[in-house]
Design a protein around this ligand. Structure first.
Ligand code: FAD
Ligand code: HEM
Length: 391
């Protein structure tokens, strides 16, 4: 617990830290990666290049410092961080590394403003949050290890199937090398993968794209231009190859309720929506599945969804192609705008909307849903990278 004096110092200095937060995190990451290359490997370096991850940390620091005397308001944000950390197997010893490098970065950026008293208060604040995260993460690790088919840390999996789903998306079926069961996950969750590519260890998250079955997992990966891991998986990974996998994690999961589910996805954002749709249908909920793709050649899982719709009267599928080819048969062409979404929004009460896709897509769709009167508490979204603000 922070002393009242430490709380007062953090509150008094929070504005100057906030004003310099991006410079602090911009100093912190290079410093930490240079000194601790083993920690560098856990971070997606593309998220550093774009500045999204430093910004996510800067925002977390600002939110934390501004709420230092009422930590309960951080609840949902903390849960998101915990799930991301757990998916990458972040360990307590790494908190010492992050803490030391962060304090050094604060000192470098703020200079003489960091008196011994200020350093003491921010150090105590860091460790208060770190202890909270370490405890929550340990609880998650222990819970997952205790589940049937559960485990802790890296487990070796073999690629048991590789299937092209579209011109740009390929699915990989992963089964454990030890032949044991795999824990059930909540639809919408993702895996952490650890791979060695060209002598470099890299980590990535991939959403689980098929419902839990106890035997194996499926991920579906879009080839990104010059993408390190997606390129490797598409071009070089073969059936029989092994990789390491951390247990499923994530908070983009179905909330309680029995109202209709509106799933709106763009491109590869479709992956978590597939098991979410099946879960909701099995629970007797009505599902409107809206998928936006550029055209039919990059539209994955159409046959699967059409089959599912054939078996479930409660499922409506709507495919919207931005630039259809002459042979394509979408339900809609062009972009999903407010008028179109108004026509697709179920009329029954209790609608929950789940949105996944590139940031501009999510911004437009969430903006339209909000304008149509759907409350923020009924709209959920997932970033395939560090969380960012949606205007
Ligand atoms: C929760 C979550 C779920 C996800 N689920 C999925 C999923 O289901 N399916 C899926 O396909 N992806 C998913 N992702 C995204 C996935 O984790 C990877 O980010 C994605 O596969 C790209 O990784 P990569 O290594 O191929 O690309 P990276 O090498 O990380 O590159 C990413 C982009 O940065 C560009 N880039 C790389 N190097 C440079 C450079 N030096 N200068 C400028 N630009 C550069 C590349 O051209 C590329 O466009 C998910 C991510 C998260 C966080
Ligand atoms: C009090 C300490 C910490 C705070 C406040 C914090 C905060 C955050 C936040 C806000 C995110 C972004 C979450 C998201 O966008 O989904 C994140 C992601 C992450 N954190 Fe932490 N973190 C802390 C400690 C650590 C430690 C000790 C490590 C270990 C090296 C670590 C490694 C990571 C990694 C690897 C990611 C994902 C980065 C990526 O996408 O490239 N964090 N953290």
């Amino acid at each position: 617990m922070l002393t009242p004096a430490q709380i007062a110092v953090v509150k008094a200095t929070a504005p100057v830290v906030a004003a310099n937060a991006n410079r602090i995190t911009g100093t912190f990451y290079p410093l930490m990666f240079e000194r601790f290359p083993e920690v560098r490997a856990v971070f997606n370096q593309s998220h550093q290049r774009g500045g999204a991850q430093p910004e996510a940390l800067a925002n977390a620091i600002i939110a934390y410092a501004s709420n230092i005397d009422r930590l309960e308001v951080l609840g949902p944000a903390v849960e998101g961080i915990v799930q991301k950390h757990v998916s990458l197997n972040i360990t307590p010893d790494q908190y010492g590394i992050v803490g030391a490098c962060l304090m050094e970065a604060i000192g470098r950026v703020l200079g003489d403003a960091v008196t011994a008293e200020v350093a003491d208060a921010w150090g105590a604040a860091y460790w208060q949050l770190a202890r909270l995260l370490i405890a929550a993460e340990e609880a998650e690790y222990a819970r997952k290890a205790a589940l049937t088919g559960g485990w802790r840390g890296a487990r070796r999996f073999r690629i048991a199937g590789k299937t092209a789903e579209s011109a740009v998306i390929t699915s990989f079926r992963l089964e454990p090398v030890d032949g044991g069961r795999v824990m059930d996950f909540l639809p919408g969750q993702y895996l952490g993968l650890k791979l060695a590519i060209g002598g470099e260890t890299v980590h990535r998250n991939y959403s689980l794209s098929a419902s839990p079955n106890g035997r194996d997992y499926r991920i579906s990966v879009k080839r990104e231009a010059q993408g390190l891991v997606s390129g490797f998986l598409h071009d070089r990974a073969r059936v029989g190859d092994e990789l390491e996998v951390y247990p499923p994690a994530g908070e983009f999961v179905l909330r309680e309720g029995d109202g209709p589910l509106l799933l709106i996805t763009g491109g590869v954002g479709q992956t978590p929506a597939l098991p979410l749709a099946e879960q909701a249908l099995a629970a007797g909920r009505k599902v409107v599945y809206v998928h936006a793709a550029i055209n039919g050649s990059v539209h994955a899982f159409r046959n699967h969804l059409d089959d599912l719709a054939g078996r479930h009267a409660g499922l409506t599928t709507v495919y919207c192609y931005a630039e259809p080819e002459t042979t394509d048969q979408p339900h809609l062409t062009g972009l999903l705008d407010r008028e179109r979404l108004a026509a697709l929004l179920p009329r029954e009460p209790g609608v929950a909307a789940y949105v996944v896709g590139p940031k501009p897509f999510m911004t437009a769709v969430i903006g339209a849903l909000t304008a149509l009167g759907l409350p923020a508490s009924a709209i959920f979204h997932e970033f395939f990278g560090p969380k960012e603000a949606i205007a």
